[in-house]
Design a protein around this ligand. Structure first.
Ligand code: NDP
Length: 251
């Protein structure tokens, strides 16, 4: 899928929310979606990083994005409902969501997993995605009804598809994300809303460096290398694909 070539106007007029848009893969996805015509909603916890992405999009002359600073660790269902109301008023549509923000937590033997950290990783990687999806669904469904389609993309991992020793809560959280994707895809069949998951594979970001400190990052794909798949899943060329697990870097 990395050889997919997106037309320049693939996402013209679409409104797309990207979580974790200030850094790593999410940052690159936000810049790429904007470059393909989307109005991007940049959600993340560090305002300065989101502002830097905003400035870059503005300087490139792409549609002006919106910034939503939120710490997914602390946000509640009420916050997400408020956010959904604001999007409905401000944009009147939501064509796509890339759930990308994620927390690695500490890699450790199962017996050493700390309850507090379990809760934090599950909150950021799973519960916030459940609550945000629930809050946004009415607007997403309405968009699919009015414009023929909408796309929800969850971010998984190799360890969310095959468990691996010491990957602890992170791996378990990604299995939960895959489950959420399948349940939702099945429920939304025939609504025009497609729901899929993708595994970026080892990618040159801060998260990867903290998981593999001894690895040479130059040997890894960059977030930019993965963008064909991120574009494919968000744009109309993936229409009809739902409930599927995608891999950005097939072996
Ligand atoms: P990074 O750590 O580089 O970026 C993660 C992003 O998520 C950052 O923008 C970060 O914000 C944001 N984030 C983390 N916690 C919160 C929070 N509590 N509230 C709001 N935003 C938050 O990770 P990657 O870009 O590497 O990873 C992106 C996704 O891809 C993740 O879901 C990850 O699990 C997955 N993945 C990555 C792989 C890789 O090799 N890189 C491999 C497989 C899966 P801030 O910058 O402000 O901290």
């Amino acid at each position: 899928m990395l050889d997919y070539q997106a037309p320049r106007d693939l996402l013209k007029d679409k409104v797309i929310l990207v979580t974790g848009a200030g850094d790593g893969i999410g940052r690159e996805a936000a810049l790429t979606y904007a470059a393909h015509g989307a109005t991007v909603v940049l959600l993340g916890r560090t305002s300065a990083k989101l502002e830097a992405v905003y400035d870059q999009i503005e300087a490139a002359g792409h549609p002006l994005p919106a910034i939503v600073p939120v710490d997914l660790k602390g946000a509640t269902a009420a916050h997400y409902r408020g956010m959904a109301e604001t999007f409905a008023q401000q944009f009147g549509r939501l064509d796509g969501v890339l759930f990308n923000a994620g927390l690695l937590g500490t890699l450790s033997p199962f017996e050493h997993i700390q309850e507090k950290e379990w809760d934090e990783v599950m909150q950021v990687n799973v519960k916030s995605e459940f609550l945000l999806t629930q809050a946004l669904l009415p607007l997403i469904r309405q968009t699919a009804k009015e414009h023929g389609e909408a796309s929800i993309v969850y971010t998984s991992s190799s360890v969310g598809r095959k468990g691996r020793a010491y990957w602890g809560t992170y791996a378990i959280s990604k299995f939960a994300v895959e489950g959420m994707m399948e349940v939702l895809a099945d429920e939304l069949e025939n609504t025009g809303v497609r729901v899929n998951s993708l595994n970026p594979g080892g990618t040159r970001t801060k998260m990867r460096a903290s998981a593999f400190p001894a690895e040479d990052p130059q040997l890894l794909k960059t977030p930019a290398d993965l963008m064909p798949l991120y574009l494919y899943l968000m744009g109309s060329d993936s229409r009809g694909k739902t409930g599927q697990t995608f891999v950005a870097q097939p072996k």
